[in-house]
Design a protein around this ligand. Structure first.
Ligand SMILES: NC(=O)C1=CN([C@@H]2O[C@H](COP(=O)(O)OP(=O)(O)OC[C@H]3O[C@@H](n4cnc5c(N)ncnc54)[C@H](OP(=O)(O)O)[C@@H]3O)[C@@H](O)[C@H]2O)C=CC1
Ligand SMILES: O=C(O)[C@@H]1CCC=N1
Length: 275
């Protein structure tokens, strides 16, 4: 497939992760465009990533084959309405990464004929270890599906979900998920320091343990339960820790947190979208 130009509208956390990942995986910075409200942000992207940048969202749509909507959900309507006439004129493929904004809303704002891929990536895209789920509307052809998938696959794994509603669960699991692991790391690091380890030692041990656990989980055929049991010697230290987690409602708490994230995604589609 011919290399396509990609434009990001909104140059914040997630666009930075995706642009950096695309470049690290071999995509030419010259084929990437980004717009943002803040000129300083754009200058940083020019300096650090060598991409093309403009404060004018319409310039981005004009220049590229694929438009990635990477602004906050709260301003997506305004941006979509602004670019809609040009998207229609150019017949652009639009990829939205916004949480909680449905394809119905996007189609209403951008025009019913627009080819729209809604997806949910996550910030590990920055280190080419992202996880993205995608869903295409009926206007997206096979070539456009490949194109959207190739962009996200450049920065990690990507998979298609059959029903758009699944993206609310995906948001709760992998979209927000990195933050849950960071929260666990924060708490472990804090307690490690309280137990007398210095900050450097505490951070390094927690980081390497998280990496090791993720790696073994990915490479092993065993389930997380089996892998956990391998660490847990009967009557030993891990057993004490796991019992403490479980007696204090760890699984229920994780379940509550993920359901709250999922429900917030659904709520956002009603508050901020046209659903
Ligand atoms: N962060 C994450 O882990 C993930 C985020 N997402 C989704 O990605 C999207 C972006 O999130 P994130 O990167 O965290 O948000 P950020 O706030 O970091 O990035 C959004 C950027 O858009 C800029 N902006 C504001 N108004 C405009 C405008 N009219 N035109 C162009 N740019 C504008 C903002 O500038 P300023 O700050 O000056 O307003 C900001 O730099 C959201 O919709 C979110 O739901 C999806 C998956 C994971
Ligand atoms: O917190 C959020 O709303 C976004 C979506 C997933 C991760 N960050």
């Amino acid at each position: 497939m011919k290399t396509r130009t990609i434009g990001f509208i909104g140059g914040g956390n997630m666009a930075t992760s995706l642009m950096s990942g695309l470049i690290a995986s071999g995509h030419s910075p010259q084929q990437i465009w980004v717009s943002d409200a803040a000129p300083a942000t754009l200058q940083a992207h020019r300096d650090n990533l060598n991409v093309n940048a403009s404060t004018d969202n319409l310039k981005i749509v004009q220049e590229v084959d694929v438009v990635v909507l990477a602004v906050k959900p709260q301003i997506l309507r305004e941006v979509a309405l602004q670019i809609a006439p040009l998207v229609k004129q150019k017949d652009s493929l639009v990829v939205s990464i916004a949480a909680g904004i449905s394809q119905t809303s996007l189609a209403l704002w951008l025009g019913g004929d627009t080819a729209i891929v809604r997806c949910m990536p996550n910030t590990p895209a920055l280190v080419l270890t992202g996880a993205t789920a995608l869903h295409a509307n009926a206007n997206v052809n096979e070539e456009q599906k490949d194109l959207a998938e190739n962009i996200l696959r450049a920065v990690g794994i990507s998979l298609w979900v059959e029903h758009e509603q699944e993206l609310d669960a995906v948001t709760a699991v992998s979209g927000s998920g990195p933050a849950y692991f960071f929260l666990m790391m924060e708490a472990m690091e804090k307690t490690a320091i309280e137990m007398g380890l210095n900050e450097h030692t505490a951070r390094l041990l927690v980081q390497q343990t998280a990496l090791g656990a993720a790696k073994i989980a990915l490479e092993s055929a065993e389930s997380p339960t089996q892998l956990r049991e391998r660490v847990t010697s009967p009557g030993g230290t891990t057993q004490k820790a796991i019992e403490t987690f479980q007696q204090n409602g760890f699984s229920e708490l994780v379940s509550k947190a993920l359901l709250a994230a999922r429900d917030r995604s659904i709520e956002m589609s009603k508050q901020l979208g046209a659903d």
